[in-house]
Design a protein around this ligand. Structure first.
Ligand code: FAD
Length: 396
């Protein structure tokens, strides 16, 4: 068994292989030099904690040694030869009987920017470099008002910096939470003193060696000591070129996370699979999904003849300004019913399509949201969700 990508999905896959009783050879290959570590803190505590933080590794090396996992770190896979069932590494080849692709995603860059002080955020090395620059900064421009950009903005505000978010769309987060709730989420920025400029893009990032200004498409020039580009991530699939594995914005898998190439599976941010629960393809970039897919892929890879469809209700959380946003399910084409007031410290929104509840979004209701996840998983009727929401709401 070979797993390529030594982060959340990769680690959870090798753990699940062993839990399921597989006791043969197992290799985990990772491009980064670090042991598998947790990414969510990188845009949160890692940036705003007073003390320089340690790398948030999940476990130490002895954990993997105890599992009998051969760990190849700092070793990117450069190709995949499916004819000979071999992963191509720099200068060597690693044979597999079963391969799990868990190479995640990488941050998208602003093209044509050649000054220092401009950051993307995906790895712990990115976060370390960003933290160092924030230490000396006064004004920060965040390009992109998505979740990671918003978390970075909140961390920079906590440090007392002046922060402007530039968002090209008329409002941020629409794809994630829908039109109606996008404003409710982004209103948190105004409350905590972050300026949000929507419907305008970045024309140029200027500076003499180091960033000094961000020039917007409407001609405005924003002074900046640090720029953070948070315009999304792309699945890391370049190494699969020519391998015969189908890639279309991610590694295309069936309901069981199998790619169709014998013995080859995918899990985590890189996987685009058919989620039967919603009858469509999805590629999720959420911590919980990566972890759950890892368990499912290990089970299916060990028992291909009894492979089960992986059904999952998307779930993510995001922390801004000490507030917790959580979303379960989907928001596509749904009507929204709001419980509470979007200017208050807590609210809950339910998403409805016909007679079904398809999603729920909450602010500061951490223990409650998973109940809605369970309802969506069992395709509960709308009235069950409203009943639950009324109960939840009556006790907050
Ligand atoms: P990744 O974590 O991307 O790991 C893929 C690994 O594969 C990397 O280590 C990479 O170096 C390695 N790799 C790539 N190419 C190769 C190759 N050719 N050979 C070998 N190795 C390779 N989710 C939430 O739900 N809530 C949050 O609050 C949240 N916050 C986040 C904050 C940040 C800053 C980031 C970046 C992500 C956040 N996420 C959050 C998303 C969550 O962290 C991801 O969904 C999760 O990390 C996905 O795990 P993965 O293992 O699939 O991919």
């Amino acid at each position: 068994m070979v797993v390529v990508g030594a982060s959340l999905a990769g680690l959870r896959t090798v753990e699940a292989f062993r839990r399921a009783g597989y006791d043969g050879p197992l290799t985990l290959v990772g491009a980064e030099p670090h042991l598998p570590y947790d990414r969510p803190p990188l845009s949160k505590r890692f940036l705003d904690a007073d003390e320089p933080p340690r790398i948030p590794t999940y476990r130490d090396e002895s954990h993997l040694r105890d599992l009998g996992v051969e760990l190849l770190l700092g070793v990117p896979a450069t190709g995949l030869d499916t004819d000979f069932s071999e992963v191509v590494l720099d200068g060597s080849r690693l044979p597999y009987r079963t391969l799990v692709i868990a190479t995640g995603a990488h941050a998208r860059d602003l093209p044509g920017v050649a000054v220092d002080g401009v950051h993307t955020l995906r790895t712990v090395d990115d976060a370390t470099a960003l933290r160092r620059d924030l230490d000396a900064a006064r004004r920060v421009v965040v390009v992109g008002g998505g979740f990671i950009g918003s978390e970075v903005a909140a961390a920079a505000r906590k440090r007392g910096l002046e922060v402007t978010i530039v968002e090209a769309a008329p409002r941020p987060l629409v794809r994630a939470v829908g039109e109606q709730m996008a404003d409710a989420c982004s209103s948190l920025h105004a409350r905590w003193g972050t300026e949000l400029r929507c419907g305008v893009g970045v024309r140029e990032v200027r500076g003499n060696g180091r960033v000094e200004n961000v020039v917007l498409t409407d001609g405005t020039s924003l002074p900046a000591d640090v720029v953070v580009v948070g315009i999304g991530a792309s699945p890391t699939t370049d190494w699969l070129t020519g391998s015969g594995v189908t890639v279309t914005d991610g590694v295309v898998c069936d309901e069981t996370l199998a790619t169709g190439v014998p013995g080859v599976y995918a899990a985590g941010d890189v996987a685009r699979w058919t989620n039967g629960l919603f009858a469509r393809e999805m590629r999720l970039e959420h911590w919980t999904s990566a972890s759950e897919q890892a368990t499912a892929v290990a089970r299916n890879a060990l028992n291909p003849h009894a492979a089960a469809a992986h059904h999952s209700v998307p779930y993510f959380w995001s922390d801004w300004y000490g507030q917790r946003l959580q979303m379960v399910g989907t928001c596509d084409g749904a009507d929204v019913v709001l419980f509470g007031d979007v200017w208050a410290d807590r609210w809950l929104a339910l998403y409805r399509e016909g007679d079904r509840v398809t999603g729920a979004l909450s602010l500061n209701l951490p223990a409650r949201i998973m109940k809605f996840r369970a309802l969506i998983h069992r395709r509960a009727p709308w009235r069950d969700a409203v009943e639950l929401a009324e109960t939840v709401w009556s006790v907050v």
